[in-house]
Ligand binder design. Sequence first.
Ligand SMILES: [Zn+2]
Length: 438
Amino acid sequence: MTKFVYQCSNCGKRYQRDEVRYLCPLCARDYRPGIPLVGVLSAQFDYGAIRKRFRRERPDWNLFSAVEEKFFPPIAVGNTPFFQSVALGDKLGFGNVWIKNDGLNPSASLKDRASFLIVAEGNRLKENTVVAASTGNAASALAAVCASAGKRALIFVPQNAPKPKLVQMVLYGATVVPVRGTYDDAFRLSLEYTTSRGGLNRNTAYHPLTIEGKKTVGLEIWQQNDWRVPDAILVPVGDGVIISGVHKAFCDLKAAGLISQLPRLVCVQAGKSNAIHHYIESGIYENAPNPNTVADSISVSIPSNAHMARKAVLESSGFSLTVSDDEILQAQRVLATTTGIFAEPASSAVVAALKKLRGSKRLGRKEQIVLLITGHGLKDVETAMRNIQLPKAVEPTLAGVEQALAKTKHPSLRPSPRSGGERVAGGRVRGSSKAGGA
Ligand SMILES: [Zn+2]
């Protein structure tokens, strides 16, 4: 770990590590439920010390960690595959497309990275209960990491939360409290609970270390990409914390003098859940009134980290776009049939976005483009089934088989032998890293 202070992203005031826990106390006075968080804190490290001590030959990723390694929970998080997919690039009309597949984390989403660091912080502070409001992946991730660390996960969910994710939470042993109300009610209740009853609140962006945990995906991309900064990274955006975390990774590297430029960040939202997109395009913030989309992980009315996410896109000279539910479902199939990756709809949105950008000149054909896959498709099989037809049973004879085969066109029978995929031995998966493991 390197020494750090918290700095308010709104007023710039700095705080010692244990002087504050959540939002900037000055700015949080202006916060009320129903708007994005105000006064989200950002960990600012002693970058001169990192510059002196960091060695590419033996990278010590703990230099970038805001919690000491001795507090880390015993679950392996991160070090997910990063590889080029020529087949997907060919299909979408781009020559240099790469995938970071974070659906392969323990609870099958990138959010394990944030939960890992928060539970580590819980160990440091001797807090045995970690509290969160979530509709899905963040809560599943918290439940999994808490299970590994022997902590209690207390999770407030809206009563209509998706079943597969609820099953995950309960199976991991979390205490799940369904709330008669919306996600916003669950969020407010979780804040009231930790304020009056204690425990550590893991709500995304509310606790600044959620951003620090998520930044490890950016550090890994840099290492796995042979210490080069990709030209652009496409990120699915709901509450805006993942894109802020990716941006933070490259800002930290730049501040430490390890890189000279930032990757352009492309914010991808679902058309109906577009509060941050609208904010980036117009400069005016408005809640998304009816954020219903098949991509439930990025379906958000009031994105908690809207301000920081907008800043990440603008500072990196990136841009924002939206995709429709139909485009997301089609892209889910394209990704699956060209790479072997079954991603949840939210992650498939980045594939849909890249398809949409073909010929737009916002991304060059030869630029290195990274698609960030944030969650596994098995978390939401029902949605995937809307876009496929399961085959009917045949008579158990060769004639029956031939009849069935005559009706199908096997997607893997394509002429190109250069198809991408997760080839561990083929050299397309870059070496694993240990970017803080969070
Ligand atoms: Zn402030």
